[in-house]
Write a protein that binds this ligand. Structure first.
Ligand code: TXA
Ligand code: MG
Length: 326
């Protein structure tokens, strides 16, 4: 599965920051300090790098990721800001606030990083090391907390090493983080909604908005608490047929691997997640392929079986939700 990497740890300075930027540009994974917790960075526009990041964290599903950028101008290239979002960005950025916003028309963030959703989480961190990396890299950087899935968030480089050593390329050590809890997440997709309490206290946000903040966790008995689960998962409008061993006429095919699929000649459209059977490549292609097949006017999308190992578990999780979600 994940090949063991020789994870390097470097004290934050001009040389190591330049190194971090080189690793990101090459599709690698770099842990770096932010004012809240250490983040695990990857090029947000590179689907394969994002897939490797999910694999390194061992995320059971493709929980959407926060895109980090250096300033508000860069944030506005990723997402649309309504009046509330504009106020919050002006008041708290750079700082420990994340906004979930509608994607801009030409948002460059990879589909996998937003789990195929039409919105994107954006944050402008204030830590100088994070800012130096983002400024030099220019492109947005996805940064979940740099821990194995299910573990607590890391506030030192040693925590990161303990969780992710051997699974990522580089750790930039900037000492202990100041805030120690993750950023507050507010969705501005209508009335502002608190998705996760965090580094900016609720009353401080409410003062800026001039009204109370609805609490996503209190919306109803069965609304899930995990922020990523609040937004409905991407599901194609076209019916999905999983574990298919053949394609019926009029169906589209989402294939995995090089095996011949019966009826493929009659398919409306055929896309392969990975001809070589590479689950990292498959994950990177998943949501964009689903979208493309959804446009084909097919009676159903037949999906060939995908091994339930490594990232395959997350791919199958998302396919299952997509199939059930309509
Ligand atoms: O302080 C922080 O925010 C840290 C530092 C490294 O920036 N990052 C962080 O990322 O906590 P992560 O991935 O560990 O937590 C982000 C949370 C996840 O629970 C995810 O589900 C949610 O944000 N999230 C991301 N994109 C979302 C979206 N489009 N809609 C709703 N929730 C989203
Ligand atoms: Mg986390």
């Amino acid at each position: 599965m994940t090949a063991m990497l020789a994870t390097r740890i470097a004290r934050a300075d001009a040389a190591s920051i330049a190194d971090a930027v080189r690793v990101l540009a090459a599709g690698g994974l770099v842990a770096f300090p932010t004012e809240t917790v250490y983040g695990l960075g990857a090029d947000a526009t590179n689907g394969r790098a994002v897939a490797r990041l999910y694999e390194a964290k061992g995320r059971p599903a493709f929980n959407p990721l926060i895109a980090h950028v250096v300033d508000r101008q860069a944030a506005q290239r990723l997402a649309r800001f309504d009046a509330d979002a504009t106020k919050l960005g002006a008041a708290f950025w750079p700082g420990p606030l994340t906004l979930v916003l509608p994607k801009s028309a030409d948002c460059p963030v990879a589909e996998l990083a937003t789990a195929g959703l039409d919105n994107v989480a954006v944050r402008v961190p204030s830590h100088t090391v994070a800012r130096d990396i983002l400024k030099a890299f220019v492109k947005p950087v996805v940064g979940p907390s740099a821990n194995r899935s299910g573990h607590v968030s890391p506030t030192t480089a040693e925590h990161v090493q303990a969780d992710l050593g051997g699974r990522i390329d580089l750790i930039i050590d900037g000492g202990a983080t100041a805030v120690g809890v993750e950023s507050t997440i507010v969705a501005c997709l209508g009335d502002p909604l608190l998705l996760r309490p965090g580094g900016v206290p609720r009353p401080t946000i409410e003062r800026v908005l001039g009204r109370t903040l609805a609490d996503a966790a209190n919306r109803g008995e069965d609304s899930p608490l995990a922020p990523g689960m609040l937004t409905s998962h991407y599901a194609p409008r076209t019916r999905m047929r999983l574990s298919a061993d053949r394609v019926a006429p009029g169906e589209a095919l989402l294939a995995f691997g090089s095996a011949h699929v019966a009826g493929v000649g009659h398919a409306k459209k055929v896309l392969n997640l990975s001809q070589h059977g590479d689950l990292v490549e498959g994950a990177a292609n998943l949501f964009s392929h689903l979208r493309a097949l959804d446009m084909a006017g097919a009676s159903a999308i037949a999906v060939t079986p995908i091994p339930d190992e490594g990232l395959g578990e997350a791919i199958n999780d998302r396919l299952g939700r997509a199939a059930a979600g309509r």
